[in-house]
Design a protein. Structure first.
Length: 360
């Protein structure tokens, strides 16, 4: 039995059950269909993953012990898939405590033990579906809130721009300066709202990346050109040292640009003497290493361990709201890469990014 019950998703909750034992699948399907769910079943991990990518279910039931690919590996692949939303995963196991730890570590939400009791199965499924609904409602709230806050800020910016262009009458220099300050504050709030929305999208697994092949060197040079004026205004240097053998990488160009804008921009912000250097090399044929080094104020040892946590602001007066580096880590992780830092207070900071040429 390869697949059963395939077809267009209905209005019921769509549940995918995965087990190599036909009798177990029949029991699960019967119990959950009695509870009003649309249940589809497959008997192996690879087929389940293909179906999940094509039509993500509302909930997944996985048998732990399956040939070829066990339930732990299926769970791990689902949780590390950059384009899948959050899907509750209920593991079915005959094992004791060690398997619980392993399953939770790879991303399972709940366990149920064999032999499966129908009432317990139905109750756990209902509980996980309520969790998913709660997460989706919270996500909708965040989207609505950010939209409602952004709309008046954008409208105010447009009106202020018209005022500064003297569309409604003469504008004195003090008035123009005041409006420029208001516009700058509006732009700061807009950036904060956008970062909040982006961070939340990554947290709930709703961020969809667009992987394409592009020239990494051109991207980094583009970012450096855009930030060069800031470095010049502070009297510091901004340079690229390209030592890599190739230039092409597969990834989401827009999201990676966000990473480099943030890290290079931070380097400029916290550097008053010396400069910022972006060095790129290929230590292995499969990955680029990008190091962004500055000669700025550095990061105290006590802050370094927590610097990538959300809303973790540094104590320096120029520190932001604590979302930029958190987003950088999320973006790099979704490219199957890593990001780390080394810093000495008063001597500068180096952020090191290891980025696979092809993250898939």
């Amino acid at each position: 039995m390869k697949e059963q019950g395939l077809g267009k998703k209905c209005d019921k909750n769509y549940i995918l059950a995965v087990d190599d034992a036909p009798d177990n699948l029949f029991l699960v399907q019967l119990a959950l269909e009695q509870d009003g769910h649309d249940v589809r079943v497959v008997d192996n991990g690879p087929t389940a993953l293909a179906q999940i990518e094509e039509t993500p279910p509302d909930l997944i039931l996985l048998d732990v012990m399956m040939p070829e690919m066990d339930g732990y590996e299926v769970t791990r692949r689902i949780r590390t898939h950059p384009q899948l939303p959050y899907i509750p995963i209920l593991l079915i196991t005959a094992h004791e405590q060690p398997s619980l730890v392993q399953g939770l570590d790879v991303g399972a939400d709940e366990f149920i033990r064999k032999p499966v009791k129908v009432e317990e199965l139905q109750a756990r499924v209902r509980s996980l579906l309520r969790l998913k609904e709660s997460i989706e409602q919270r996500e909708n709230f965040v989207h609505c809130l950010t939209h409602d806050l952004r709309t008046p800020l954008v409208a105010a910016d447009r009106m202020l721009a018209l005022l500064r262009q003297q569309a409604f009458g003469p504008v004195t220099p003090p008035m123009d300066e005041a409006m420029a300050t208001i516009m700058s504050s509006n732009q700061h709030l807009l950036r904060l709202l956008n970062n909040l929305l982006e961070a939340y999208s990554y947290d709930v697994g709703r961020k969809i990346l667009s992987f394409i092949r592009f020239n990494l060197r051109e991207l980094i040079l583009e970012v450096v050109r855009e930030l060069a004026a800031l470095a010049t205004a502070k009297g510091i240097t901004l340079a690229v040292d390209w030592q890599a053998g190739g230039e092409t990488v597969v990834g989401d160009r827009l999201e990676l640009k966000r990473v480099f804008m943030n890290l290079i921009g931070n380097g400029i912000k916290f550097t008053d003497h010396g400069g910022v250097t972006v060095q790129v090399n290929t230590q292995t044929p499969e990955q680029f290493t990008v190091e962004i080094r500055d000669t700025g104020v550095g990061i105290p040892p006590g802050e370094q361990q927590r610097i990538f946590e959300p809303f973790r602001q540094g104590k320096h007066k120029r520190s932001g709201h604590g979302l930029g580096l958190y987003l950088c880590r999320q973006i790099i992780a979704n490219h199957n890469g890593t990001i780390a830092l080394e810093s000495q207070p008063g001597q500068g900071t180096t952020f090191s990014i290891h980025l696979p040429l092809n993250p898939r």
